[in-house]
Design a protein around this ligand. Structure first.
Ligand SMILES: [Zn+2]
Length: 142
């Protein structure tokens, strides 16, 4: 059952996205109606098309949240936040390579970081790469 994975937050996010999808659909169709009333067929069709694309995107994200995908973990890497930093253990995990052994779900004090920030922590703050997903920076292996 995928439902068991839904946390309190994802239920809120899911509901918000569902609401957003419905709202977009209504506004988009009203805009299209308005364009058709003014004989602007091209813009009418454009409104319908962009509305549908947007609704599909929102519904896909909604489905991902409902399937237990953490959007933060999925979207942050796209804008360059490829690492999870556990400030309690001073360990750095690489999202692209994460393993179940990393126990990322159980971390309390975790933050997302960029490559630049991570190299700063490794160099000056005595942080360490995770031995499961970031072996090349795991100093305890040397
Ligand atoms: Zn790891």
């Amino acid at each position: 059952m995928g439902n068991l994975l839904i946390g309190k937050n994802s239920a809120v996010i899911g509901f918000t996205m569902f609401f957003l999808a419905i709202l977009s659909l209504v506004v988009g169709l009203l805009a299209a109606q308005f364009c058709f009333d003014k004989q602007e067929v091209f813009f009418g069709i454009l409104s319908i098309a962009t509305t549908l694309v947007w609704v599909i995107i929102v519904l896909m994200l909604f489905k991902m949240v409902m399937n237990g995908v953490r959007l933060k973990e999925y979207l942050l890497p796209i804008i360059g936040f490829n690492y999870i930093i556990n400030h309690s253990t001073k360990q750095i995990h690489r999202l692209k390579n994460k393993k179940s052994d990393c126990l990322i779900e159980q971390m309390i004090n975790k933050k997302y970081g960029t490559k630049l920030y991570v190299s700063f922590l490794l160099k000056y703050k005595k942080y360490d790469g995770c031995r499961h997903c970031y072996i090349e920076k795991d100093k305890s292996q040397l």
